[in-house]
Design a protein around this ligand. Structure first.
Ligand SMILES: [Zn+2]
Length: 154
């Protein structure tokens, strides 16, 4: 991790605190002297806010299998999916929040899938974005293809 102020990788921990959700470390950059805070192991205790407002513990396996289902019979290796999940968890940890909306995680998956496989992307989108009909799927495809959305007209 790098200093958010100058990008230097050299910094030291000046204070460490355990909270319910994470380990909070106060750090000082050795290059620019600025202080910043990092949170670790958030994903292990991360709560996912579901669309109905209920919270449930973040479940790596669940995220993985959701992506696997969307990737069925697509040329996406298990290694690619694992790497994607790791990157998403790393991003969640770097945000350092205790709670994250399931939809936000879904959006992160979609950002990755958009780069990898468009069929898997649309399958995942239809579940996570609750695309109910063809018009919504189409407007999402339009968004993916960088075309202006046609949802309003449809
Ligand atoms: Zn710095």
């Amino acid at each position: 991790m790098n200093c958010p102020h100058c990008g230097s990788a050299s910094h030291r921990v000046i204070d460490t605190r355990d909270t319910n959700d994470s380990i909070r470390r106060r750090r000082q950059c050795e290059k620019c002297g600025q202080r910043f805070t990092t949170y670790e192991h958030v994903a292990a205790n991360l709560l996912v806010i579901k669309s109905d407002g209920r919270r449930e513990p973040f479940d790596r396996q669940k995220l993985l299998s959701g992506i696997q289902v969307a990737s069925t019979k697509r040329p996406i290796s298990r290694q690619t999916i694992d790497h994607m999940v790791d990157q998403i968890i790393k991003a969640l940890q770097s945000v350092g929040r205790a709670e994250v909306a399931s939809k936000a995680i879904g959006t992160m998956v979609l950002d990755h899938l958009a780069q990898i496989d468009q069929v898997a992307y649309i399958r995942f989108a239809s579940v996570y974005l609750n695309l109910h009909d063809l018009a919504e799927v189409r407007s999402e495809i339009d968004r993916l293809m960088g075309r202006p959305a046609t949802a309003e007209a449809a």
